[in-house]
Design a protein around this ligand. Structure first.
Ligand SMILES: Cc1ncc(COP(=O)(O)O)c(C=O)c1O
Length: 406
């Protein structure tokens, strides 16, 4: 049975970074692009209809987000994550990476310690180092789980040491690139450390709505931290800020609209002040239409997407296990990103990159970009028709056997 997600869409020449940026990124256009994290799928009907309706209106003046947009986000967080977010906690922002930078700027001082957990999405590093904050690395540990499968964990003992010198932790939950959905016990341990050392946590939850149906559910850190705390107490003591966005889930990252959920009024004012200083228009007529329509009308589409991605993930992992014994896939619980352990190939990072581009003709993200622990890994974006993923893996198999690396 074919799915709507099997439909190939020609993105070349549409101003798509993933396709039209290949020469610049890989030095050639002759690679299958499986790098930057967007999807080769059409957006939900509800989103395209809302955009078309807005385009049909002939005036594109300055924008003001309607209350219904905030309500759509609040309803989504409530139904999807059992998280009740009051309207006043929401600050609209022009993307999650800008949000990371904004929080660092607003709530820390030059020289303050900022913790990141590599391997992690690379803008986490620059959010700290680009603003003269002190980068503290708390590397994740790769261990085998109870079934013998590779799985990443946080190193809580080392995190405690880092926390003594830090003001802020940038958490990636679920985690890009390793695909972990952090569980309640881990998050509660994290909250305990934050409480003990007066640490603010920015929880980047952009991948929260991309958890596979067979994985444990995502737990919003902010919701966990508020359990059992009275509302009045919460407002002043809350140390968790959450970044959310419909952009990854509904394939609208090019439209650039996200939100920070900031329970602490002082934090909120500081963030707002910085946003105002920048003078950026966060909302525009098109990103508002897409944002609201996705959260309001995207439920069924999202479920179908996750079923499709899970089928692709399972087929890809089965193929890797049977046909590519020198590569190990870390099975993601969330995200459409497959984290491939290529260390057995014994190639250094330049040679590994060269092998994927020149020999396999595949444009993946080199693991080394994600910091310590990423060396020898490659990140493959599988949000494309399943046939493309399987064809890419077959290319990889041919290239490995040609090199006698299989
Ligand atoms: C963890 C994480 N945060 C943020 C982003 C990008 O967010 P935005 O496009 O809203 O800046 C990504 C994109 O891959 C991501 O993986």
């Amino acid at each position: 049975m074919t799915s709507r997600f099997d439909q190939p869409i020609d993105r070349e020449g549409s101003g798509a970074l993933k396709f039209d940026g290949r020469a610049q990124t890989f030095g050639t256009t002759e690679v299958t692009p499986m790098w930057v994290a967007d999807m080769d799928f059409a957006v939900p009907e509800a989103v395209s209809q809302a955009l078309q309706a807005r385009v049909a209106h002939p005036v594109f003046g300055y924008a003001l987000a309607p209350e219904s947009l905030y309500q759509a986000l609040m309803d989504w967080l409530h139904t999807q994550h059992d998280w009740h977010v009051p309207r006043e906690w929401i600050v609209l922002t022009p993307g999650v990476v800008p949000s990371l930078n904004l929080v660092v700027a607003a709530l820390t001082q030059p020289g303050d310690g900022v913790i990141v957990q590599p391997p992690v999405y690379f803008p986490f590093f620059s959010a700290a180092t680009g603003q003269q904050r002190r980068l503290l690395e708390n590397p994740l540990r790769l261990v085998n789980d109870a079934t013998g499968q590779p799985q990443y964990q946080m190193d809580m003992d080392h995190l405690t040491v880092c926390a003594q010198q830090a003001r802020l932790l940038l958490l990636c939950s679920p985690h890009n690139p390793v695909g972990r959905v952090w569980q309640t016990a881990e998050l509660e341990a994290l909250l305990g450390i934050a409480e003990a050392h007066d640490l603010i946590i920015l929880s980047d939850e952009i991948h929260a709505d991309l958890v596979y149906p067979d994985a444990p559910p995502h737990q919003p850190l902010s919701r966990l931290s508020a359990q059992g705390v009275a509302d009045s107490e919460l407002a002043s003591s809350h140390r968790i800020i959450t970044a959310v966005s419909p952009s990854k889930t509904f394939n609208i990252p090019g439209l650039g609209l996200s939100a920070l959920i900031v329970p602490n009024a002082q934090h909120r004012q500081a963030i707002q002040r910085h946003l105002t200083t920048l003078g950026v228009s966060v909302t525009n007529p098109l990103n508002m239409a897409a944002f609201e329509a996705a959260y309001r009308g995207g439920h069924a589409w999202q479920r179908a997407l996750l079923d499709y991605l899970q089928d692709t993930r399972d087929a890809a992992i089965a193929y890797i296990q049977s046909e590519l014994p020198s590569i190990k896939a870390v099975a993601p619980q969330a995200t459409y990103l497959l984290w491939l352990d290529c260390r057995a190939l014994q190639l250094d990072d330049d040679a590994l990159k060269h092998f994927f581009i020149q020999e396999a003709q595949l444009g993946l993200s080199p693991g080394a970009m994600f910091g310590h622990g990423g060396e020898g890994f490659m990140r493959m974006n599988i949000a494309t028709p399943k046939a493309n993923v399987m064809a890419a893996l077959a290319q990889l198999k041919t290239a490995l056997s040609r090199k006698d690396l299989a």
